[in-house]
Ligand binder design. Sequence first.
Ligand code: SD4
Length: 337
Amino acid sequence: MINRRKFLESAAALGLIGALPSKVLKAGNKITNRGIKYKLPIVISTWSHGLEANAESVRVLNEGGGIVDAVEKGVMIPESDPNNHSVGLGGFPDITGKVTLDASIMGPDGNAGGVCFLENIVHPISVARKVMDETPHVLLSGSGALKFALDNGFEEENLLTEKALQGWKKMLERENRTPEINWEEKHNELHDTIGLLAINEESDIAGACTTSGLAAKMRGRVGDSPIIGAGLYVDNEIGAATATGMGELVLKTLGSFLVVELMRNGASPQQACEQAVKRIVDKVADHKKYQIGLLALSKKGEIGAYSIQPGFNYALYAEGKNQLLNAGSFYKTTTNK
Ligand code: SD4
């Protein structure tokens, strides 16, 4: 469970307290989602930055926008926030001091696009969208992705802010530099990808996922977020899933695809997230060192959320309310200490 004081501090820092329903502010609030079916539309996304992203997605839907526009525009909010050190502008750099970005998007028609190891572009999600809409490919990487972006009118920008640079320097001073992400006491200080799933009134589903990846990662490292089936998966007949946390664990288990396949075989989104986390726990020997959070959304309007460690929260917009909720977790106290 996220520490209440830290949660309130971080929510206050984000200016969200006023927007949060009192339910969220109660320590110990947890939902399991079993059997709850919401009216459409629904938007669900990872971490507290998801509140603003959801609000933007809903705005797009309310104005008659398409479901793919809604997910793209939603995640563009944290991408352009310099105070968010896990996505887009202001992201923590890799070990060489360069910010490198991963993103993917998938629509109800089964089409998908992604970019990885992309530098100097604030909105990798929009480049991923162009890959999806305007090329026969799914994934472009590195200098090829950058060239494609520039050819399509995107402009280069320095993404490394002074604050991110200072935070990165402090990180490098630490003796233990094993990647650590999403632990309850470090929430909002370290790395939080945004994965966002949405379903509109017509029951069409789309998803988007974007990140600067692990802070101080090896040069060239690509995580789960741009890989269709790992960080994001959508099947318009079944539902969608997205992942956050230590990407290597999600890549080894194709987490999002697994969640959707479990739903296809009859699991509810909540059961599917729990079973997929259990799979990671069973199959990945060093999983206790890491955090993974999974979100799922079904065609019927149910949601699921679950993580390995306590401390994973997510933003849910449903039936007119946009709220931050805590996910249940496999371990009830953190296991990396
Ligand atoms: C990655 N999954 O690059 C991302 C990082 C993340 O919350 O999700 N952090 O491995």
